[in-house]
Design a protein around this ligand. Structure first.
Ligand SMILES: Cc1cc2nc3c(=O)[nH]c(=O)nc-3n(C[C@H](O)[C@H](O)[C@H](O)COP(=O)(O)OP(=O)(O)OC[C@H]3O[C@@H](n4cnc5c(N)ncnc54)[C@H](O)[C@@H]3O)c2cc1C
Length: 411
């Protein structure tokens, strides 16, 4: 079937609800019914225009959003014979058609904005601000833009040139990018004296750890980053991956492809895991074993070798105030044998330098205040993306950039 015929069929299925729950559950609030109406009327220009009003990250979000928890999973048709409207397929179709000239730009008024970090949050904010006529410069510690997409996400998840499209777009919009510039190392607030606004978009790249690294115990992010650079840390091993999030699924699936036997150890059941259920299903289909309701205690060594992981069985308990069940330890322990353990138990931002500079930006528990805005001398500092939210999602990172851009534009 021709691609347009396919997306038109999807658009025709939509009931164009007056109070659409799909939009409510889309972090950027895409105008889903209106876009689908435009598609139905074969008005592609209008559909693209509507999409660009809420997002400049369609070619990433259409492929990588957890749609079961967002638009698709909240479509009113989900429990009917028709099934949910697959807006993400329409978004992917439109993303292919969007060109640099579709981004409407105001005249440059010269106000200067610095953005530190060129992940999706930083890129998205840079595009929006350049469109609003700001002079934008990005400072990125690595040699390429894209953040997690470029340096961590396995190629089998996403490898479609999205970052190259962004490079072209940023260049077209006049955004300057300074590579090899690391906040806290060779980039300080004094270097940014010319800028009235500074956006911090450094992501959440620091892994939480229970066990120290060793030749038998690895950090999941370290494994993914190595594989992205085509470095193989180990293969033909029996591997236990600890965790139930996106990183755990990606690590397990990537290691399976390196001829390892892989099990995932998670302290709840997989239906309670933060990873998308689609990723979990892929992992299971690829032969990854799920060891559920097991809490890691410690690696077990014999002489110089790893024998396995001591785990304690858990049971799940309802927690009405939280979105998912909690777990309780039962005292029953056992050992799962393994050659290698990989921890993927969460990520957090690194705030040391920023906290020293602007203590008022942080609450008592050390997190950035929910607004993520502070003044420093004549400057406004704004925190965006995972650096504000902790490990979140591409769509949430873009949504937080949009909010920060609005604050800049509104003054
Ligand atoms: C393995 C993995 C899989 C994921 N899968 C999904 C998924 O399928 N769907 C989904 O929605 N989300 C997923 N996520 C989450 C998603 O990747 C993040 O929410 C998103 O990347 C956040 O964007 P960001 O720009 O805030 O941060 P990042 O993408 O982390 O970008 C931060 C940027 O800042 C730069 N930087 C860091 N420190 C400094 C410094 N000191 N100075 C200068 N620059 C610096 C970094 O090099 C990087 O370019 C996944 C995350 C991981 C780790």
């Amino acid at each position: 079937m021709d691609d347009f015929v396919k997306v038109k069929k999807i658009a025709q299925k939509c009931l164009k609800c007056k109070h659409p729950t799909c939009v409510k559950h889309c972090p950027v609030g895409n105008h889903i019914p209106e876009i689908l109406s435009a598609i139905e009327q074969e008005n592609i220009a209008q559909a693209k225009k509507l999409l660009l009003e809420t997002t400049n990250a369609s070619f990433i979000c259409a492929k990588l959003c957890d749609v079961q928890r967002q638009c698709y999973g909240h479509c009113v048709l989900r429990n009917t014979d028709k099934g949910s409207v697959a807006f993400y397929e329409v978004e992917a179709y439109l993303a292919e058609l969007i060109q640099a000239q579709d981004y409407v730009c105001h005249d440059n008024h010269g106000q200067r904005v610095a953005i530190i970090g060129a992940g999706l949050a930083g890129i998205s904010a840079a595009i929006d601000l350049a469109q609003h006529g700001y002079h934008v410069e990005i400072f990125e510690k690595r040699e390429k833009i894209g953040g997690v997409i470029t340096d961590t996400l396995p190629d089998f998840r996403f490898s479609e040139g999205a970052i190259e499209k962004y490079e072209i777009l940023l260049d077209t919009l006049g955004v300057q990018i300074h590579y090899g510039k690391e906040w806290g190392r060779n980039l300080t607030i004094e270097d940014l004296d010319d800028f009235l606004y500074i956006l911090f978009a450094l992501g959440a790249g620091v892994s939480k750890r229970n066990f120290p690294s060793s030749p038998f115990v690895y950090d999941g992010m370290e494994v993914l980053r190595a594989l992205k650079q085509k470095r193989i840390l180990f293969e033909h091993k029996s591997v236990l991956v600890i965790g139930g999030g996106n990183v755990a699924m990606d690590v397990a699936r990537a290691l399976k492809r390196m001829n390892n036997e892989v099990k995932i150890v998670y302290r709840r059941t997989m239906d309670q895991a933060p990873a998308s259920q689609i990723e979990i299903a892929h992992a299971k289909n690829e032969g990854i074993i799920m060891e559920e309701c097991l809490s890691p205690v410690e690696p077990i060594y014999h002489k110089e070798s790893l024998m396995g992981l001591l785990v304690e069985q858990t049971k799940l308990v309802e927690e009405p105030t939280k979105g998912r069940k909690n777990f309780q330890k039962t005292g029953l322990t056992s050992v799962i044998s393994a050659d290698v353990i990989v921890e993927a138990i969460g990520l957090e931002p690194e705030y040391t330098v920023l906290r020293q500079l602007v203590p008022a930006l942080f609450d008592e528990e050390g997190w950035v205040q929910s607004e993520g805005v502070a003044r420093y001398k004549d400057k406004t500092l704004l925190v965006i993306g995972d650096y504000l939210l902790g490990a979140s999602s591409f769509a949430q990172a873009v949504a937080s950039s949009k909010q920060a851009v609005k604050k800049v534009v509104d003054g």
